[in-house]
Design a protein around this ligand. Structure first.
Ligand code: 5CA
Length: 437
């Protein structure tokens, strides 16, 4: 994309209401625009990041055999009245009436709809286990929306649901999903700590929150430090995950951590603040019983399936990544989610030779299917460098008349800040090797 014709509204200063760094940088880099309290428009750069995160989440769900569905965002209240949550969910649920006075709601989560699909379309235990997910918008009328998309009212969630014949099978699904989560967060460049957690309005007795350690996090957690090593991205790209190993290491949110009963001595525990990027639940027959999901069992007795639900805060992750990865110049995207992998800077647009080389390189990358943003505006070089860093583009190539005289270009790594003088041929080969598969 050419910067001169694209829509990239970057700003030098962040609006004063933005309190945390990720919110400031998301506004300054032109990722989102606030529509009203807790509701945002995603701008072109933001959409690209969101889609990249979605792709990774989707691929890891598909890998464990989960199937993608799409449920309505506006749902009939009838099912929610059957489960009792139409009243129990409280003020966070946005209730709507249609022209006939029928109660509807904007989905804050979707256990009821999944249970309804199960009772309509699954006949017997042989149809189980079933594992479905969607990546879709939710609405929760948060009392205090804050920190931008971190705690919004409308937000994008991956919500997955498992349906199993019994508790043992449901626990196996839970672990399978946990494996997918570990792989997902690694690929997103995040170290997420899975901590035993409270279940809130979803219910059940087994639950883990996945938290990114960050000072601005809203939750407090206690954990054994060696967990970080297991969760982190291993350099060699291996995606081995031993969930039992992970589950054996202590980690809990403050809601359930009790120093009196904790098996690990306090001096061996790390206390930190965390951003909740995922939350998984096993809640047995809570919804299947309420909605009368009855399937034929093995010995002609009916069974009530056991269920679990599994959330990932896709839009919140955009902010969480920025909290975990930025410097005083701006965002530092992990390659896997970067909106563009390459930033190409034409230092002197008015110089014909310089523009010719830049245009050719840009076309070459475009044709090779490499995501490149090309700053071809007639602006000061300093402005262009600052914008590329603000937008967090991982690899930046700057071309100006002076370097061209020497036959070289400047190649910069956003993360390390290291720069190299390379010939055009060298830079092209290196980038194609890296990004053309
Ligand atoms: N039904 C379950 C799992 S499918 C559920 O709704 N879980 S949840 O309430 O924990 O939400 C899942 C994830 O959505 C959270 O871990 C969090 O990352 C994200 N999330 C929740 N509320 C918000 C919000 N107000 N703004 C942004 N993200 C949110």
């Amino acid at each position: 994309m050419r910067r001169s014709t694209g829509f990239f509204p970057t700003q030098k200063e962040a609006p004063r209401e933005a309190q945390i760094i990720s919110h400031q940088l998301m506004l300054r880099a032109g990722l989102v625009d606030q529509h009203c309290s807790g509701i945002y428009t995603w701008l072109p750069l933001g959409v690209r990041v969101l889609k990249n995160i979605e792709t990774i989440v989707r691929q890891e769900q598909d890998k464990i055999g989960a199937q993608e569905i799409l449920m309505p965002t506006i749902q009939s209240a009838d099912l929610w009245k059957e489960s009792g949550r139409f009243d129990a969910y409280g003020d966070e649920m946005l209730r709507i009436q249609d022209r006939h006075g029928r109660d509807l709601l904007y989905t804050p989560t979707a256990e009821e709809v999944v249970a309804d699909i199960a009772r309509k379309h699954l006949k017997s235990y042989r149809d189980l286990p079933a594992l479905v997910y969607q990546i879709h918008w939710k609405f929760r009328d948060e009392i205090r929306p804050r920190f931008g998309v971190m705690r919004g009212r409308e937000f994008l969630m991956k919500d997955g649901y498992s349906i199993d014949r019994d508790e043992a099978s449901a626990r196996a699904s839970y672990k399978k999903m946990m494996t997918a989560y570990v792989r997902t967060f690694r690929r997103l460049g995040l170290t997420a700590v899975p901590a035993r957690a409270d279940t809130g309005p979803i219910g059940g007795d087994l639950s883990h929150e996945f938290l990114i350690v960050a000072q601005t996090g809203e939750s407090e957690l206690f954990y054994e430090e060696r967990l970080e090593g297991l969760m982190a991205n291993n350099e060699d790209g291996k995606d081995d995950v031993d969930v039992d190993d992970i589950l054996n290491i202590y980690a809990a949110t403050d809601e359930i951590h009790d120093p009196k009963t904790c098996p690990i001595p306090a001096e061996k525990l790390k206390v930190a603040r965390g951003i909740e990027v995922g939350h998984i639940f096993y809640f047995g027959t809570k919804y299947s019983e309420a909605l009368n999901v009855n399937l034929a069992g093995q010995d002609n007795k009916n069974i009530i399936p056991h269920m679990g639900s599994y959330g990932i805060g896709v839009s919140r992750i955009v902010a969480a990544i920025i909290e975990a990865s930025h410097d005083d110049r701006g965002i530092i995207w992990p390659e896997s989610v970067a909106p563009y992998k390459i930033g190409l800077i034409n230092i002197r647009v008015k110089d014909k030779a310089c523009s010719k080389v830049c245009d050719e390189l840009y076309n070459d990358f475009q044709n090779a299917g490499i995501d490149v943003i090309y700053d071809d505006r007639d602006e000061r070089p300093g402005t262009k460098f600052a914008d590329m860093d603000l937008m967090g583009i991982p690899y930046q190539i700057s071309i100006g008349p002076r370097s061209l005289e020497k036959g070289t270009v400047e190649f910069k790594n956003r993360k390390t800040g290291a720069t190299e003088e390379l010939t055009l041929a060298e830079v092209t080969t290196r980038i194609k090797k890296r990004f053309v598969t």
